[in-house]
Design a binder for this molecule. Structure first.
Ligand code: G3P
Length: 213
């Protein structure tokens, strides 16, 4: 499973990039707004840190506007992936971009049938939001399992990005469901490292080492 970081914060991306475990970055309008900086310059800076797919989201709600934004965004760097909302106009724009060979990430996916539409449109990626489903008492990870089953049934090449990940169990569920990618906030990536027995074990090894003559 590939690991993306779900952030538009340059310091967070720099901090984690050195570990060599991050394959790409996803941003969204809320994450960009939090940075209080120009959208394109943030995305450009991200492309200079991570050599992998970088999702940049359109804000238009009509296909024509989305395509105009996409044209502009793809100029930033060859690794840019155009992120579009899973609405009729978003699917229309995705179909057109796919035919032009432009990479797309269809976002705000909350049902397996929406994911089927993204695959039919030739999306490179689809982003099911599992945390937000859990928030309303639905089974978020089940959505990943359903989408993977459908995509495998028909050999759709669209890759699933498990998104809206809130804790390590979401990452576990995504991996068990054979999600191609999980996009994870820095806080949760850090939590993946933690195990009390690792800390206790290391402390003991180092203590025992000091007793050597
Ligand atoms: O990037 C989209 C997604 O991961 C958002 O997550 O926590 O706002 O539901 P969240």
């Amino acid at each position: 499973m590939k690991l993306f970081i779900d952030t538009a914060n340059i310091d967070e991306i720099k901090e984690i990039s050195d570990l060599g475990i991050i394959d790409g970055v996803t941003t969204n309008p809320s994450l960009i707004a939090k940075e209080g900086r120009d959208f394109k310059s943030v995305v450009q800076e991200i492309t200079s840190i991570i050599d992998g797919p970088i999702s940049a989201e359109v804000i238009s709600t009509d296909a024509e506007g989305m395509l105009k934004e996409a044209e502009d965004l793809v100029q930033i760097h060859p690794n840019i992936v155009i992120k579009l909302p899973l609405i009729e106009q978003g699917i229309k724009a995705t179909s057109i971009l796919s035919k032009k060979g432009i990479k797309t990430n269809v976002t705000l996916c909350f049902s397996p049938m929406q994911a089927l539409l993204a695959a039919k449109a030739g999306a490179t990626y689809v982003s099911p939001f599992i945390g937000r489903l859990d928030d309303i008492s639905h089974d978020g990870p089940q959505l990943i399992r359903d989408i993977i089953e459908i995509y495998e049934n028909f050999d759709y090449p669209t890759e699933v990005i498990a998104a809206s990940i809130r804790h390590p169990i979401h990452v576990l569920e995504a991996a068990k469901a054979r999600s191609h990618i999980a996009t994870i906030p820095l806080k949760v990536i850090k939590q993946l490292f933690n195990h009390p027995l690792t800390d206790i074990g290391l402390e003991k090894f180092l203590k025992d080492w000091k007793t050597m003559k």
